[in-house]
Write a protein that binds this ligand. Sequence first.
Ligand SMILES: [Zn+2]
Length: 108
Amino acid sequence: MQIRIIKRLPAPIMDGFDVRRFQAVDGIYSVDLLMARYLVAAEYAVCLDRDVVAFPDRRCDGCGGPLTLPEKAAGFAIPSRAEYVCMRCRRAYRLDGDLSQLRLVEFD
Ligand SMILES: [Zn+2]
């Protein structure tokens, strides 16, 4: 799976995971699913393989609108951690730790 690191990792080993190769913030790395889950759950990375975990039938919890990718919602303010955006009300979502749930993202 591909991930993008979104903030600096504080230690070379975290919770038993060797993360020393993920030094570059904004760096893109190929990792196994276990590592992807850990880094996404800990909010150090976002998952780029959205096709693997896409939700074609998933609708916005707030208004029922269809979800799209943030880069397709250009011109709107979107939290940096967002992975999906509602096309209707612009609520932002990201994948939860086990990559099976969408969770609302607030601005930092
Ligand atoms: Zn919505």
